[in-house]
Each structure stands twice: as C-alpha cells, then as structure tokens.
Write a protein that binds this ligand. Structure first.
Ligand SMILES: Nc1ncnc2c1ncn2[C@@H]1O[C@H](COP(=O)(O)OP(=O)(O)OP(=O)(O)O)[C@@H](O)[C@H]1O
Ligand SMILES: [Mg+2]
Length: 381
C-alpha cells in the first residue's frame, strides 16, 4: 500500500465555499487548475468526495480522460444516468407519480418505466433536475480534466446544459442545490470555460489547486523512515528539497526515495535525493529542448508568441502576422503558412486547439522551461 496523505482541511474549505459558507464563494462553480501528476484526482476521490458525502450531498465524479475517444457529452450523460439508476427505486416512484414512462437524456440513453405517458427528449439540464428531485439532497458534480469538454460543440453544449441546470436549481431553492467542481491540468485550457461571454461559465475564476507541500513530505518522511534502519533515515528537509525539484509530484519522489532506500547507500541520503531529483528534472527538460530544436523558425516563433501572450494570442491577427515576419526576418509570410505551422505543432503534441479555434500549450511546464531558457540565453549574451 502506498502512503496517501489526507487533505481533509482543504476539502472542508472547498465544500464550504461550494455551499456558499466559506470565505471564498464558489457557488457558481469551483475551477481548479494544477499541473499533471500533482494529485488532483487523488484529492477529489480521497478527500473532497468523502467530505461532501459527510454533508449528505449526492456526488457524481466524472473523469473526462477515462476514455479520450468518447465524446465528453456522452461520458457526462452516462454518469448522470448511472447516478439516476443508483437512486433508481426512489426515481421510479417519482417518475410514476408524474406520469413518466421513458426518459431520453441528450439522445444518448433511454430510461424506461412501465407506466404510460411518454415524454419528449429530456435534456441534460432536465436530467440534473430530475436527479435533484430524486436525491432530495444537494448535488456535487465533479468533472475532472474538464478542459476536455472544449474539444467539440456537443461537449460544449453539455457544459451549457450543466450551467443552465445550476442556474435553474439554485434560483429555486434557498440552499445551493447544484454545486460544480471542475479541475484541469492546464490553466489556459480551463480558462476557456470561464473567460469570455461566449464561454459557459463566464464570470467564474480559475484558481490554482494548492500543490502538496512540506507537511506532505514530512509525513512521507516519517512513513518511509519507519521502515528503515535507525541509521538509514531520510531527513525532512532533504525530502522537501527533492520534492520541490520534481515539481511537487509525489509519484516521482516515491520512486526516487524508494530507489535510494533499496540501494542501501544510507550515508548520503540528502545528496542522493537531490542528485536524483535533478537528474529527473534534467531529463524532462532535455526532452523539451529536443522537441524545440526540431521545429522550424516559424514554429518556434509561434510558440514564443503564444507563451508571451497566453490567452490573448490571436494567431492570424495583423499584429501577430507582423511579429512573425519581424522575428523570422521573412516578409512574405502568408496565413496559409502560419496555418500549416500551427497544424504541425498540434500534430507534435505541443499546441492544443479548442473546438472554437482558441489555443493553448499542450503541456504547461513547457512554458516554464521556455522562460527559464530565454532567461539563461539573455544572461549569456
Ligand atoms: N495525497 C497524496 N499522497 C500520496 N500520494 C499522492 C497523493 N496525491 C497523489 N499522489 C500520487 O501522485 C500520483 C498522481 O496522482 P493523481 O493521479 O491524483 O494526480 P493528477 O494530478 O490527477 O494527475 P493527472 O494529471 O495524470 O490526472 C499518483 O501516483 C498518486 O498516488
Ligand atoms: Mg487526474
């Protein structure tokens, strides 16, 4: 069994703000962004859901990465259907009472009942309303990797349907009836759900999901040390330093610490931890460097401009086109050339495009690497 650090206080704070009782108000939705592999899903499943259940909330957890080939809209509809079925006995009673025989949610599933009186198609919004009635309790809908919902219009419509259910349900009841928590491993992508008027959750904020910190590494150090000889102990400080070097990723720390513990080189844990963590970081950065070096000058410049401009980057605006020309020294760059370069960046897994034509870096740490690299280059000039 792996050591898992519980984050109960954080879960309590989030539940309070979701319900509108906290210092921060998240009744319109909680949007949490943090890099890959830092423990988002673990937190949702191990801490947030148990806390919500403790409060008597009905919880639905949806991971949009569970099947990247499926349409996110179908995954969401399926999860809500399953929840409805889970509470089936109660639902059947209500459905009969209001004369429903069969419901069809977003054209993806049909629930049948024996009583007559067929409804027309029921939307995702209706399904959530029905779920709320059956559950007879506040609902917490959690969507992990929510940025995946930006990939096409059908998925985006599902997000609008959820928003609409939130507005309808919350305006009808004194308490917050439908609470929404979304996480994403890319802040810029997640922002495409909230930034503009045309986005489903316009007006909400993306906040940073706090990374595991020293209280985690302290607890982990104690846990590891318990299994080691008294003269083979990790120090809290060296563990924390290594953790920072690997970008606050518990898995990597676990691997490095495990390897050192097994190697029996007890004398110099601190040094070894640091060395291994640095090696790991270098390996990741070397990969970025290699990827970057294979790009054409225009592709490099497109990435550079995107990193600088972030969400305000418009790839084909006059200003952008001028910048490309200036930086490449080529005067006659056409929109088609830029389009080809962008397409190739997407195919290489460096650039991500939403269904609506907005862009973000596929991997956010790439920006961090790039900025550091530019700083180094400037210093060496
Ligand atoms: N609180 C924790 N205590 C110990 N280990 C943890 C904790 N949270 C996460 N981990 C470990 O870190 C790794 C990544 O966790 P998790 O899958 O939750 O991260 P994530 O941010 O959701 O990743 P992804 O970006 O791939 O979705 C897992 O191996 C998990 O066991
Ligand atoms: Mg995850």
């Amino acid at each position: 069994m792996y050591f898992t650090f519980r984050r109960t206080e954080l879960a309590i704070a989030y539940c309070d703000s979701l319900a509108g009782n906290g210092i921060a108000n998240a009744t319109s939705g909680l949007f949490l962004a943090a890099p890959r592999r830092v423990g988002k899903s673990t937190f949702l499943l191990n801490d947030l859901i148990p806390e919500a259940k403790k409060r008597g909330w009905t919880t639905i957890y949806i991971d949009l990465w569970v099947n990247i080939n499926a349409n996110p809209a179908d995954i969401i509809a399926e999860a809500i259907k399953n929840k409805i079925l889970e509470l089936d006995s109660k639902f059947t009673k209500i459905a009969r009472k209001i004369g429903l025989d069969k419901i069809n949610v977003m054209g993806t599933f049909v629930l049948n009942f024996s009583s007559p009186g067929l409804p027309e198609n029921i939307t995702l919004t209706d399904a959530l309303r029905i779920l709320y009635e059956i559950a007879d309790a506040p609902i917490l809908l959690i969507i992990d990797e929510a940025q995946q919902a930006l990939i096409n219009e059908k998925a985006m419509s599902a997000m609008f349907a959820i928003k609409s259910a939130r507005d309808q349900l919350n305006s009808q009841s004194a308490k917050t009836a439908l609470m929404l928590a979304f996480t994403g491993s890319n802040r810029d992508k997640l922002a495409h759900l909230v930034l503009k008027k045309s986005h489903p959750f316009f007006g909400s904020d993306v906040t940073s999901f706090p990374l595991l910190n020293k209280n985690y590494t302290d607890a982990f150090t104690h846990w590891v040390n318990n299994n080691l000889a008294p003269d083979n102990q990790f120090s809290e400080e060296s563990m924390y330093q290594a953790f920072k070097l690997v970008g606050h990723r518990p898995e990597i720390l676990r691997q490095i610490a495990g390897k050192i513990a097994l190697s029996g080189e007890a004398s110099n844990f601190a040094e070894l931890l640091k060395k291994d963590a640095l090696t790991w970081q270098n390996r990741v950065w070397e990969e970025y460097e290699n990827d970057f070096n294979t790009l054409s000058p225009l592709q490099k410049i497109i990435l550079q401009v995107l990193i600088k401009k972030e969400q305000s980057w418009l790839p084909f605006s006059e200003e952008s086109m001028q910048t490309y020309s200036q930086l490449t020294g080529q005067e006659d760059i056409s929109t088609a050339t830029v389009q080809t370069a962008i397409q190739s960046l997407r195919e290489r897994g460096l650039l991500w495009q939403s269904g609506r034509g907005t862009y973000a870096l596929e991997d956010e740490s790439f920006a961090e690497w790039y900025k550091l690299r530019s700083m180094k280059n400037e210093m060496s000039l």
